[in-house]
Design a binder for this molecule. Structure first.
Ligand code: UD2
Ligand code: MN
Length: 580
């Protein structure tokens, strides 16, 4: 009996040990990474049980790559640490030439190392922030059309050098039919030698950035798609802050803070310390102040209504659930709104991660020729408006009536998708998510307070005149034209600025010393130098919060600001004034 008992015990013990081993091995496979820098990690390729990533551990670890940080701190040379750089005068001709084809200083870029160091300008709280040790893998997708060689490669280097190796499954540079010979001939070869993880996909014909991103996304295999522009630089520990919110909820989309790489000096600096992405009713991208509750919570991720467009991470699963981008969007523009509206209206959410910072070269001008596709931006906007914006589309059309004549092409699939996913209304988006937008950008602008010609009470045959009204032009006084022509037609808008009728140029007083002129600058809606008030009783045009009024001198016909007084030369008549 004793022998039997022992045998049974032994058997059970053996089974137990075997079972323990199986569980341990299973756990090992499931571990997405060891989390510790440098240690080999097991990365799972597919998730048969679920088709999106679910973390296997919520333990938080320090993801900083201190070896890389230490190495970068020792680097010296032109453009290192993101300080302002410049070329010697002797290179002016080359500089000019590469400027005109790129819209930025390509010649200077060529002199700055491809793996240059960057300053750590993150919120101090980021330096100690921990992220879960189990993070999803990433496919980076970078569309490019005739990108300058060194800025394109610097994008790739920054991704490879500043990311944990085992999280980057692949990097795709998607060539949107570039015509530069160097890009066509040498890119694959260079990458194979220097950055083997980085692959090139080529589109047969110029199709635009949306088609290029879609092409990359279609072949991507990692859990998360991460899109970048082709002239960006990822900065210290940028990846974990983008991935953690997605690991915790696959329907969360995450954008990094976008820093500025100066197009002329390649200086790396912040554009601001965060903002909520928004738009005006011509669909220009705008930035609204961070909400106080989010400000108090920095540097935690905060919700943002729309993305800037080029730089974001999204789970592959959620991207395709949303149908990717509308493939009918052509070349450039509008896709940032389409995806943002879809994300919010169809059950996702979007956050900005302050601890993830990526630099971007904002070009001085876009150097690409229109590939003969007509007004593709207008058509894209109209597609987005028709499918997603419901009754709010009219506010766009009111400002851009010609959009109503643009043929959108077939949008039935987009509409069917919206129905299939049971997406919420645009009104819901405007009131629940972008609730702070309409105060600054009202769909229907209040009528201007006053409008028309502005003339001295004492000399009604003279009119204020903007001449061409270009940046930094001076406000003049001239003989009045018969009917108010655009040069003499001013709008005292509800923004409390005085502007040209249709050109968005505003009276601005950069120097408020008496006798200094009034200049024209693009309207910034920020008050300050552009703040004016018309006093119905005294007929004065009073500037800003100071005690300056608009004045002029008959002898010289100069118009300027001056200390407010009861001088006749400070009294002005406006054609039409809303007396209320
Ligand atoms: C912004 C976005 C950009 C995109 C665009 C609206 C940022 C920093 N940038 O304009 O990503 O959302 O708004 O559509 O948020 N490209 C092509 N084919 C083309 C044109 C461009 O592949 O026909 C590439 C280009 O090389 C770049 C990317 O698409 O990598 C974006 O173009 P951009 O840099 O001219 O756009 P940007 O930054 O002015
Ligand atoms: Mn760009």
């Amino acid at each position: 009996f004793l022998r039997l008992f022992r045998l049974r015990n032994l058997l059970m013990l053996t089974i137990l040990v075997i079972l323990l081993y199986i569980v341990k091995a299973f756990n090992e496979i499931n571990r997405v990474n060891s989390g510790v820098q440098g240690k080999a990690a097991v990365v799972k390729d597919s998730y048969p049980e679920r088709d999106y990533f679910v973390p296997t551990s919520l333990k938080k670890i320090d993801w900083h790559n201190y070896k890389q940080i230490e190495y970068e701190s020792t680097r010296q040379g032109i453009g290192e640490h993101g300080v302002t750089a410049q070329l010697p005068k002797s290179k002016a001709a080359l500089e000019e030439q590469l400027y005109s084809v790129n819209g930025f200083n390509g010649a200077l870029s060529d002199k700055i190392p491809l793996n240059r160091s960057l300053p750590d300008i993150r919120h101090p709280g980021c330096k100690k922030k921990l992220y879960i040790e189990s993070l999803p893998t990433v496919s980076v997708v970078v569309p490019f059309h005739n990108e300058h060689w060194s800025t394109l490669l610097r994008t790739a280097y920054s991704v490879i050098n500043r990311s944990p190796e085992f999280l980057i499954k692949e990097v795709f540079l998607v060539d949107d039919a570039s015509t530069k010979e160097f890009l066509k001939q040498k890119l694959e070869d260079y990458l194979a030698h220097h950055l083997p993880k980085v692959k090139v996909l080529r589109l047969q014909e110029r199709s635009g950035l949306i088609a290029a991103r879609l092409a990359g996304a279609r072949v991507a295999k990692a859990d998360v798609l991460l899109f970048l522009d082709s002239h960006t630089e990822a900065s210290v520990n940028w990846l974990p802050p983008l991935l953690e919110p997605i690991a915790l909820n696959y329907r969360t989309v995450v954008c990094p803070f976008i820093d500025v790489i100066a197009y002329d000096t390649f200086e790396y600096r912040a554009q601001d310390e965060g903002a909520r992405g928004a738009f005006d009713w011509e669909l220009f991208y705008k930035r609204l102040p961070v909400l106080p509750k989010d400000e108090a919570n920095m540097p935690e991720p905060f919700e943002s209504p729309v993305m800037a467009g080029g730089l974001f991470a999204i789970s592959r699963k959620f991207f395709w659930e949303l149908g990717g981008y509308d493939p009918g969007l052509d070349i450039w523009g509008g896709e940032q709104y389409e995806l943002s509206f879809k994300i919010w209206q169809c059950g996702g959410r979007m956050v900005d991660a302050p601890c993830s910072r990526v630099g971007h070269i904002y070009r001085k001008f876009a150097p690409f020729p229109n590939p003969g596709h007509g007004d593709f931006v207008g058509r894209n906007y109209r597609r987005v408006a028709e499918v997603w914006m419901d009754e709010y589309a009219q506010y766009l059309y009111k400002r851009r009536p010609h959009y109503l004549k643009i043929d959108t092409g077939d949008i039935s699939e987009q509409k069917a998708l919206r129905k299939k996913l049971g997406c919420k209304s645009f009104r819901w988006f405007m009131t629940q998510i972008a609730f702070d937008l309409t105060a600054k950008y009202p769909p229907v602008e209040p009528e201007p307070f006053a409008e028309g010609r502005i003339r001295p009470v004492s000399h009604p045959h003279l009119c204020l005149d903007m001449h061409r009204g270009e940046q930094k032009d001076i406000l003049l006084i001239k003989s009045c034209m018969q009917s108010a022509s655009t040069e003499q037609h001013f709008v005292l808008s509800w923004h409390k600025d005085i502007r040209s009728k249709d050109r968005n140029m505003c009276w601005d007083v950069p120097d408020s010393t008496p006798k200094r002129p009034v200049l024209f600058y693009s309207c910034h809606l920020g008050g300050g130098n552009q703040l004016w008030r018309y006093h119905l009783d005294t007929k004065q045009l009073k500037h800003g919060g100071n005690n300056n009024c608009l004045d002029w001198e008959k002898a010289t016909r100069n118009v300027f600001i001056n200390r407010c007084s009861d001088a006749m030369s400070q009294q002005w008549e406006v054609d039409r004034v809303d007396a209320q």
